[in-house]
Design a protein around this ligand. Structure first.
Ligand code: ADP
Length: 374
């Protein structure tokens, strides 16, 4: 019988698993939130992922259930586990990608390097932390944030008043404002039986809390830096019993330390370069890993790969209305559209390119992405 993976969430990450599943001849069933979602082509159910009965009905007979996002409630995940469905990553691991306070606590137990942090429940506690950390700090809502939503740099406790007053938010995570040289991301994939494969560490450039560009491998990262990044991700994957792809976002500090920012237990924006740039893309590797199949090679196909997100996109038109112009001058660039409606700042697609000359690759990928976005 054909192996079949179920993906909860119909976003672009689920969408990009479709070609990988097709090539492997694996069935893919998506539980989407809405009709016409980016992964609509593989959607076999449209519903509410917080409703265990709906999810359980959809999950019957699946060889593994995995995710496009980390928002599925623990109670729903537990019901799937009780039903005997292999949930990958399991609820006990996913918990730490769902809640940033729990994540900080657990990574501390594992002895991993992190920004200084605290849980705060009042303005006064936040003021105290800010004062002890140079007059500024980063406050985060522990749950539900993405793309910088739920992250705020503050100089006074009062600036987080709206979150303190929102009972649903609970205690907040506060972190020192890290002086970083750059942001890196280290992805690995882990099988339930334990084998791990790591891609090279990459540099990710953020604009307004959103990933704008990724360079693989991260320039000037050979040797100690890449070894440390890989060791951190392997420690997280094993310590938390993560299965599937794990992306660890890292800060490289001005004094050359690596600190863990956050975790994603699924394919991640920082790994999109791997579709064309690595022997095994993160989407194929995720499917292999959640099915406990042998992992593929993670080497680079080119000395440099660059991925540039298309943010915003042409209002009222689909991305392909710009293809003629963007593809014309850039035959080596690969184009990806997520089939989403354009909105200011929204990730609607990405481009990627590989080559020997980093400056040229960056220049061309940026130019192509700009033509799509404008
Ligand atoms: P999200 O879950 O929304 O992606 P992150 O925790 O990754 O939120 O934060 C978004 C961005 O905010 C990071 O990529 C980084 O640029 C900045 N940031 C987050 N935490 C800190 C910190 N402690 N110090 C400095 N900058 C930070």
């Amino acid at each position: 019988m054909t192996l079949t993976v179920g993906v909860i969430g119909g976003g672009q990450l689920a969408r990009m698993m479709i070609p990988a599943a097709t090539h492997l001849g694996i069935g893919l069933r998506v539980f989407a939130e809405t009709e016409g979602s980016p992964a609509g082509l593989a959607a076999t159910a449209v519903g509410d992922y917080r409703d265990a009965d709906q999810v359980l009905r959809w999950a019957e007979g699946l060889d593994a259930v995995t995710f496009d996002h980390e928002h599925v409630p623990q109670a729903v995940l537990q019901r799937l586990v009780e039903l005997g469905v292999p949930v990958r990553p399991g609820p006990h691991a996913l918990l730490y990608a769902q809640d940033k306070l729990l994540m900080r606590e657990r990574l501390g137990q594992l002895g991993l390097p992190m920004p200084e942090w605290a849980a705060v429940s009042t303005e006064a506690e936040l003021d105290e932390f800010i004062e002890a950390h140079g007059g500024a700090a980063v406050v985060k809502t522990p749950r539900g944030g993405y793309d910088g939503k739920g992250v705020k740099v503050v100089r006074r406790g009062h600036e987080a008043i709206a979150w303190f007053e929102d009972a649903a938010v609970g205690a907040l995570l506060v972190e020192e404002l890290v002086e970083f040289r750059r942001e890196l991301a280290q992805s690995v994939a882990r099988r339930p039986s334990g084998a791990i494969a790591a891609w090279p560490v990459v540099e990710s450039v953020q604009q307004n809390g959103v990933c704008a560009e990724v360079i693989a491998p991260a320039p000037r990262s050979m040797g100690k830096l890449s070894d440390v990044a890989e060791q951190i991700a392997v420690t997280v994957a094993e310590g938390l019993d993560v299965t599937g792809v794990l992306a660890v976002e890292l800060f490289e500090t001005t004094d050359e330390r690596l600190l863990v920012n956050e975790l994603a237990m699924r394919p991640h924006n920082s790994g999109h370069w791997s579709i064309e740039g690595s022997t095994t893309s993160q989407f194929e590797q995720h499917l292999r890993a959640v099915l406990d199949l042998p992992l593929g090679g993670t080497g680079c196909r080119d000395p440099w790969s660059v991925m540039v997100n298309v943010l915003g996109g042409p209002m009222g038109e689909s991305l392909d209305s710009r293809y003629s112009r963007a593809m014309g001058g850039h035959p080596l660039v690969k184009f990806h559209s997520y089939g989403k409606e354009s909105r200011p700042g929204r990730k609607v697609g990405h481009v990627s390119m590989g080559g020997d000359d980093l400056d040229d690759v960056v220049y061309q990928a940026r130019a192509a992405a700009e033509m799509l976005a404008s």
